[in-house]
Every structure is written in structure tokens, then in C-alpha cells.
Design a protein around this ligand. Structure first.
Ligand SMILES: [Zn+2]
Length: 258
């Protein structure tokens, strides 16, 4: 794992990326990295993520108690801690409010349709967690059922959380979610969607096993209703799902303890 000084620089860098790209406004959003088994380095509360310095960051223990830093930790630290506890394989969490994806979350719409091949391979599916008041256990209790199975979650009427094996991966997933949300929005504007299905979907699921994203546990996009598929598509879909469950159940190289 990178040294603490390097990780502080990475949080500053990706915080600025979030702000520069308009994924957060004002003091919104938060980022963190796992320093070791017992300590998390996180962004402070009430600071613009585009204007932080390394010395502004806070170190907390796994109960959220402050161990180092002049500022108070983000009020969303409970969400970060839940994710670190549930996912031993990840070392970084990013939370932001990117406009389009948050729009889907405010409309009560998950991003689970398999519309774009790269998203199916790299991220799988992005579910929508029910609303929970920010900064309270309600919020992380709403996320909890999804954390073991997905790497990116929409938070109803709030925003998006992503996590990964390092901060770069966690941030990139945030970009992928927002980009995919923009594409999905265009399909809604056009009034047509042609979700991937059948053998095409099956091949993408198998490709996940060879791709870096296969280390993600994210599930197959689930929003295609069986009723909308013809007989061939239905057979392909069921085959794809059983291939996926095999991939998920087989221990892979570098797989995490579950
Ligand atoms: Zn938020």
C-alpha cells in the first residue's frame, strides 16, 4: 500500500477532479482511503473538495473516532466505515453528487439496464438504495444490502457512492456511473432503449472474468424483464446468469475474503 503522504496527495488530487468536473458543489462529497487494518484517512467536513490541502485530512479509527487531524471528519464517515467493514477487498471510497446520476437517483430510477457493453464488463449494474437521511445510520443501513454485491450505488434523492481497490479505481467508477447516466438519459430523450440480451450479454459476462473489472463483484444488469425477451434471448439470458453465478462462486486470483 502507498505511504500516507502519497495517499494524502491522491485524496487532494481526486477531490479536485470531483470539483472540477462538477460532480460536487460547494462542500459536498467525501473521499477516504484505508491506511491499514485500523485507520482510515478521510476528508474533513465543511470543506470544498477542490480547495483542500493534505494537512486538512483527518485520520479516524474503524469506529469513526478521530486519531489525527485539526478538523472534524466528514459526517458521512459512517457510510465509508460500513463499506470498509463489508468489503475487505477495497481500500478507497468516493461519494459525490454528479448531476445526471443524481438526477436518476432523485427520479427513483436505478441504472440497471445493460445498455452499454463497456459498463456491463467494467461495472456491471448500478442499483438504487432507498433514501436515508445524510449523516445518520439510516443512510448506511439503506446501502448495506448492496455493498457486498456492487461497486457503485445510487443513493435515492442524494447521490452516488463508488469504491475500489485504490482511490484511482474508486474515482474512475464514479466517472463511469456519471457517463453511463448521461447515455441512459439520451436513450430516454430518444424514447427508445435496446438493452443487450441473450448471447451478446453472455459474452460480456464471460469477458468480465478476463478483465480487471472481474475483481468487482457487481452483478449482471438485472433490469431486463424476462417478459420482454424472445425464446432465444431467454435461453441466452439464463445461460449468462448461470455463467455469472459460477464466476462469482469460484474463488479468483486475488479474491477477497467474503
Ligand atoms: Zn452526499
Amino acid at each position: 500500500m502507498s505511504g500516507e503522504r502519497q495517499l494524502r496527495r491522491e485524496i487532494i488530487f481526486f477531490g479536485k477532479m470531483l470539483h472540477d468536473r462538477g460532480y460536487v458543489a460547494a462542500m459536498d462529497g467525501n473521499l477516504s482511503v484505508r491506511l491499514d487494518e485500523d485507520r482510515i484517512l478521510a476528508t474533513p467536513t465543511a470543506m470544498c473538495k477542490g480547495m483542500m490541502r493534505p494537512s486538512d485530512l483527518v485520520i479516524v479509527d474503524m469506529e469513526g473516532r478521530c486519531l489525527a487531524g485539526r478538523r472534524c471528519v466528514s459526517s458521512e464517515i459512517g457510510m465509508h466505515l460500513l463499506i470498509y467493514k463489508k468489503r475487505r477487498d477495497i481500500t478507497a471510497v468516493v461519494h459525490a453528487h454528479p448531476t445526471t446520476a443524481t438526477g436518476f437517483a432523485a427520479a427513483g430510477m436505478a441504472l440497471t439496464q445493460p445498455l452499454v457493453s463497456e459498463v456491463v464488463v467494467g461495472l456491471g449494474s448500478i442499483p438504487l438504495a432507498r433514501y436515508g437521511t445524510p449523516g445518520t445510520p439510516e443512510l448506511w443501513e439503506a446501502l448495506e444490502p448492496f455493498v457486498p454485491e456492487y461497486d457503485a450505488i445510487l443513493m435515492s434523492n442524494h447521490g452516488v457512492v463508488t469504491y475500489g481497490e485504490d482511490l484511482h479505481q474508486a474515482y474512475m467508477k464514479m466517472e463511469t456511473v456519471e457517463h453511463f447516466a448521461q447515455i441512459a438519459l439520451v436513450t430516454h430523450v430518444l424514447g427508445r432503449q435496446e438493452p443487450l440480451a441473450g448471447q451478446d450479454l453472455e459474452k460480456l459476462i464471460l469477458a468480465r472474468s478476463k478483465y480487471q473489472g472481474s475483481r468487482s463483484s457487481a452483478r449482471l444488469p438485472v433490469a431486463v424483464s424476462y417478459a420482454s425477451l424472445d425464446e432465444n434471448q431467454l435461453v441466452g439470458r439464463k445461460r449468462a446468469e448461470s455463467s455469472l453465478s459460477e464466476l462469482v462462486s469460484k474463488p479468483r486470483g486475488g479474491s477477497r475474503p467474503r
